[in-house]
Design a protein around this ligand. Structure first.
Ligand SMILES: Cc1cc2nc3c(=O)[nH]c(=O)nc-3n(C[C@H](O)[C@H](O)[C@H](O)COP(=O)(O)OP(=O)(O)OC[C@H]3O[C@@H](n4cnc5c(N)ncnc54)[C@H](O)[C@@H]3O)c2cc1C
Length: 501
């Protein structure tokens, strides 16, 4: 049985290949803009075991935008941070994550069970009339003309070959992406490649002694990671060493031996064990005419910052509103190049940092490496989260006169009644200005919200902020005159598309 029962139509606005977290998030966001979307996945059922175990506040904000944050909240564990310790257990580096709400209006770091998230993402898509989901359908070929993209797939239920067309195709089809292969895109390799064993355990009893922090055990002979996941789930990631075969390290007796310092089979069951090769690569090209890639299809990171899936979710948020503008003919598809130009430097900042952490974890002399990650400059070995800017994009170059804070993520106030700013604005462009010049009058603020929003403008020391649907700043204006000029530029660039998405 298909994931939903809608009739297939011959043509879609956007076809998404891959129903993982990136593809599902993208489908949600496109549907918010009323696009007609087809999602295809070769697997009949959702992958039942977790890979990702952590996501951040920006990712949660995107989940808020698509309306699943409250449901998800009940299944999360708020992460107090990560500690890096040496072979003797001495603290080398602390990466505390505040327990209060961050500037994004959510907690900085959450632990989760990936199947819970995917179930929620998928469950809420089923009800969307403009999204059709076909699972058990393997895409075998995509080819494009100037008019559209032709997608060939095999329905595995009956081995029947089928064809549809779409204005655009986005390959959210994972590390071995078929769509990326069409691009002939080289991968930039940032240099980390190591094979690790991942073991998920289900505790049979409370074990508070394991602690709530994630721990990186920096032992060059055998680095390991401990993750405190929700409820009774705990994970250890264990580096394999030279000469060790997969078969050997996957044996339960070998696993329990490696974990014997912390836990025994009397205290937990192994839920799953798998070997992954952690890599650090970014596709050099993400857009090729009407074909695009996102998520693991476009980049892979070692998991030490817990950012692989987060990056895919950010890709979706950056891309969906631009695709909507193209499909509705408000702008030409040059805007799609901005997706790659903005996202590549951003994701590269995260992957580069994860690579440095990987080097620290493997280092014979970790103390000598601390200055590379100790960005507080306090003399204490403390690390802060990074918030990279989006890369500069040619498409937005005319906004240069208004470029203060361009490419920065705007904060999200939480109002006294519990509502958050994005609950008012949704996945739309908004002009937030001191004289209430919002583009969309439905977003005009009730007085009880005004103070928090004015505080945001005060913090930036600006008169108006032009916010993109993905919550990044496109432009700021320093007074009412500049605000008027900015509005004219927006109309010139997007027609009324930016306003009326
Ligand atoms: C051990 C480990 C720990 C991790 N920890 C974290 C973490 O803590 N935080 C974090 O943010 N990230 C983490 N990640 C990374 C994260 O799991 C991935 O980045 C994320 O799952 C990728 O999602 P995706 O939707 O881009 O791709 P995928 O989840 O790989 O989905 C791709 C989909 O495409 C489908 N597909 C492929 N080819 C075709 C085809 N030809 N036709 C139709 N369908 C196709 C597949 O069936 C699949 O469903 C971790 C990864 C690993 C391995």
């Amino acid at each position: 049985m298909k994931a939903n029962h809608k009739q297939i139509t011959p043509h879609y606005d956007v076809a998404i290949l891959g129903y993982g977290p990136t593809g599902a998030t993208l489908a949600h966001l496109l549907s918010l803009h009323g696009l007609n979307v087809l999602v295809l996945d070769k697997e009949k059922e959702m992958y039942p075991l977790p890979r990702a175990v952590h996501f951040d506040d920006e990712t949660m904000r995107i989940f808020q935008t698509i309306g699943i944050a409250n449901q998800l909240c009940k299944m999360l564990h708020i992460n107090p941070g990560m500690k890096f310790v040496n072979k003797q257990g001495r603290l080398l580096l602390d990466w505390p994550r505040p327990q209060v709400l961050s500037s994004q209006g959510w907690n900085a770091s959450y632990r989760f069970h990936q199947p819970d998230l995917e179930r929620i993402l998928r469950g809420s898509l089923q009800a969307k009339p403009n999204v059709t989901i076909l699972t058990g359908c393997q895409v075998t070929d995509v080819s494009q003309s100037s008019e559209n993209v032709i997608v060939h797939f095999i329905d595995k239920d009956n081995d029947q070959a089928q064809v549809i067309t779409a204005e655009y195709v986005v390959g959210c089809d994972g590390a071995n992406s078929l769509v990326r292969k069409q691009f002939d895109s080289d991968l930039e390799d940032l240099g980390f490649r190591q094979k690790w064993l991942v073991v998920d355990l289900l505790l049979k009893e409370d074990m508070p002694q394991l602690g709530d922090h994630s721990v990186q055990f920096c032992d060059p002979k055998r680095p390991m990671t401990y993750c405190r996941n929700p409820k009774n789930r705990r994970r250890w990631e264990i580096a394999t060493i030279e000469g060790e075969t997969d078969e050997d390290i996957l044996k339960p007796e070998r696993i329990w031996n490696l974990l014997s310092k912390w836990i025994t089979p009397l205290q937990a069951d192994i839920e799953r064990k798998a070997i992954y090769t952690f890599r650090s690569v970014i596709a050099k090209r993400w857009v090729y005419g009407r074909l695009l890639i996102a998520g693991d299809a476009a980049h892979l990171t070692p998991p030490f910052m817990g950012q692989g899936m987060c990056a895919g979710v950010r890709d979706a948020a950056n891309l969906a509103w631009k695709l909507a503008l193209c499909v509705k003919n408000h702008v030409g598809h040059e805007i799609l190049q901005s997706y790659a130009q903005e996202r590549i430097p951003h994701v590269k900042a995260y992957i580069s940092k994860a690579v440095i952490l990987g080097e620290l974890i493997y280092s014979e002399d970790p103390l000598s490496m601390l200055s590379a990650v100790n960005d507080e400059g306090t003399g204490q070995a403390k690390m802060k989260s990074i918030s990279p800017l989006l890369g500069d994009a040619d498409f937005f170059s005319s906004f240069a006169p208004f470029s203060k804070f361009r490419g920065q993520l705007l904060g999200q106030p939480v109002f006294r009644n519990g509502l958050r700013m994005d609950d008012l604005y949704g996945y739309r462009a908004v002009l937030i200005s001191r004289n209430q010049l919002e583009f969309d009058k439905s977003a005009v603020l009730a007085p009880e919200f005004e103070n928090s929003i004015l505080l945001l403008l005060d913090k930036l020391d600006t008169y108006a902020v032009l916010l993109r649907p993905d919550h990044y700043i496109l432009a700021t204006a320093k007074d009412a005159n500049e605000t008027k000029e900015l509005c004219d530029l927006v109309s010139h660039t997007f027609g009324d598309g930016f306003v009326k998405q």
